[in-house]
Ligand binder design. Structure first.
Ligand SMILES: *Cc1c(COP(=O)(O)O)cnc(C)c1O
Length: 333
């Protein structure tokens, strides 16, 4: 699959590490757990949105835009990384923030919100839960157009066909690394939110004929609601690549039960997962995404879906700054 025909910016120094987790594996007592360190991608600090932004920002620059406009929740990693890319490229950046939990937006908040201010976001428009985010971003773009500026709107999570190419690139990187390191995985576990990561990775696996099941752990929806979004994303990426293939419904595997009580609100399994990886491997997970995703991996191992002797790959998608907005919870207080 030829990704070279799409304009791309480079924000990372090379492939992210692919490593075995010996202490975590021993503590879990189930399958051999490996990790793909996409938390070590470029931009500050890196995460899965870095890969999507390489293609999205290249497109913005090709179109002569001067301002990136995007949207997310109050502690959005995607917003922080979009701003980080904008700073690097000499672009301006504006956010529309959806206050999904009423009253949760605070201008003096820590974590990603602090970084929004430190990196110099140009403006933040806060809107209530359920707002049409595309329309709200269009309003910001229209306002900029009236000032003679040119906005580039990036959907939530950077999850459209172009953004999904970032995880096709990850699939290809992984294929090369597994070949070089002589390892074959039985399962891959990844987060499934706005779906660009899960859908893009699936498109990359199908297009490169990597026959390993991808389990997408939901961070905000049950499988019945999440699977159609992932399928749509994977199909859009395949279509953009001109692969001429239909994404089979059964290739989309969504895992539920770990995101409750609500997107971004903590649960006990998340706290256990964050503590376990921190205390066995000194690797940070975050409370909103990767803590719940790892809780899914732990749960599927204990349930016997992932068996002893099998090799499971956890794709670490980043998110570390959010730990500072949840310190007491993560210490079990
Ligand atoms: C956005 C995000 C995800 C989910 O990825 P999507 O592409 O939105 O599905 C997972 N982990 C972290 C840390 C994220 O910021």
């Amino acid at each position: 699959m030829d990704l070279a025909r799409f304009p791309r910016r480079h924000y990372s120094h090379g492939p992210t590490p692919l490593e075995f987790l010996p202490n975590f594996t021993r503590a879990l007592g189930g399958p051999d757990v490996w990790i793909k360190r996409d938390d070590l991608l470029g931009l500050a600090p890196g995460g899965n949105k870095t890969r999507k932004l390489e293609f999205l920002v290249a497109d913005a620059l090709a179109k002569g835009c001067d301002t990136l406009v995007t949207c997310g929740a109050p502690q959005s990693n995607h917003c922080r990384l979009t701003l980080s890319a904008a700073v690097k490229e000499g672009l301006k950046c504006r956010f529309v923030i959806e206050e999904r939990i009423p009253g949760s937006y605070r201008d003096d908040a820590s974590g990603n919100h602090f970084l929004f201010r430190l990196f110099g976001v140009e403006s933040i428009t806060v809107v209530p839960a359920g707002t049409n985010m595309a329309a709200a971003m269009q309003q910001v773009a229209d306002e900029l157009a009236r000032q003679g500026r040119k906005a580039y709107a990036i959907p939530g999570g950077g999850s459209n066909a172009l953004g999904g190419l970032g995880y096709v690139a990850c699939a290809q990187e992984l294929q090369q690394q597994t070949f070089e390191q002589g390892v074959r995985f039985d399962h891959v576990v990844v987060g499934s939110g706005s779906s660009g990561t899960h859908g893009g990775l699936l498109a990359g696996f199908l297009g490169n004929r990597i026959d390993v099941p991808i389990h997408g752990v939901g961070v905000s929806r049950d499988p019945a609601d999440q699977a159609p979004l992932v399928h749509k994303e994977a199909q859009a990426v395949c279509d953009l690549l001109g692969l001429g293939l239909e994404v089979p419904r059964e290739a989309v595997r969504c895992v539920g039960g770990y995101w409750q009580p609500k997107y971004s609100l903590p649960n006990a399994a998340m706290v256990e997962a964050v503590q376990l990886l921190a205390r066995t491997e000194a690797i940070l997970l975050d409370p909103v995404y990767t803590g719940k995703i790892m809780a899914g991996l732990i749960g599927l191992s204990r349930a016997g879906t992932f068996r002893k002797g099998e090799k499971v790959l956890f794709v670490h998608t980043g998110g570390a700054p959010a730990v500072h907005a949840y310190e007491a919870t993560l210490l079990g207080r």
